[in-house]
Ligand binder design. Structure first.
Ligand code: ZN
Length: 119
């Protein structure tokens, strides 16, 4: 059955995500312990955004459509930087300077450079 296959896929993906989250949680603990006093809130949120993007990459490898929907790509027409929409810097782009792209490659083709939130 088509439907139960899809269901099984999603179930497996969530299983993987759970493992990844456990792994990343220990990373976050390390980041907090080692760097929290030296990091700004922006840097911490940037690290968290990166980790979240890794989870999404890993869990949605097979489901490209869902990935596009989840990973909005936004550009700053002023700084010519491209970000994932969950990046703290992306959230600060003003309406007049915000633009969106189909993909990171699309942004690069428009002479945008990657923020460090994009691996
Ligand atoms: Zn960014």
């Amino acid at each position: 059955m088509e439907t139960s296959n899809e269901f099984e896929k999603v179930r497996q993906s969530f299983g993987k995500v759970k493992e990844d989250i456990n792994y990343l949680n220990s990373n976050i603990e390390q980041i907090k312990a080692q760097k929290a006093d030296r990091m700004t809130t922006d840097q911490i949120f940037l690290e968290m955004a990166k980790l979240r993007n890794i989870i999404i990459e890993l869990s949605l490898k097979d489901t490209k459509e869902a990935k596009c929907e989840t990973m909005g790509i936004v550009g700053n027409t002023d700084s010519k930087k491209v970000h994932y929409e969950n990046c703290p810097f992306a959230k600060r782009i003003t309406k007049e300077h915000k633009t969106s792209f189909e993909s990171v490659q699309d942004a690069l083709n428009h002479k945008y450079s990657k923020c460090s939130c994009i691996l």
